[in-house]
Design a protein. Sequence first.
Length: 202
Amino acid sequence: MVGEVNGPASGNEHYNQPAAGFQFSLPREKFVAGPCRGTGRIPGSVIRYRPNVALILRRDDGHVLIGERSDIAGAWQFPQGGVDPGESAEEALAREVWEEISLPATAYRVVEKRGPYRYEYSNGRMKAGCGGQEQTYFLADFLGEDRALLVDPSTVEFRAVRWIDPADFPLEAVAPMKQEVYRAVLRDFFGVEFAPIREISE
């Protein structure tokens, strides 16, 4: 069943390794997280992951919020964004959630966080010297009202949001480079297991 709609408190913290097989597709290279430098990816070089945070906002009925990206119709994901220099993950989460879906930190309560989850950009792309993202996921209970969502976002990240059961997450609507992360996140937070999806080119 889907419902359409127009500083985090500390909680239980869990850190787990990403599922094997998706963050090390170039096994001869090294991977680190931190500020990104450099302009390209070459064998034997250090590939840096950009620190990133993501929110799983959970309603009282157990449904979670996902957003349809403004730049790609039919592409759905959790709110997420990069950690700026000097920010903590919690500070970045509060900023990104406000910027992307208009919710202040008083409208949700963080109950758990897990990470790191890593993915590489597709086709060997680099962004600001980074070859991928290293994410911390936060699970938070929604304390606000639906009418507050997307009221006045400072970025145009999502064209719409909706509530879904975690077991009904449209994994095929996530960018292929992120699908294994989403598979791991939904398993770790909700015990949901998805059958493999045939890889689709971006």
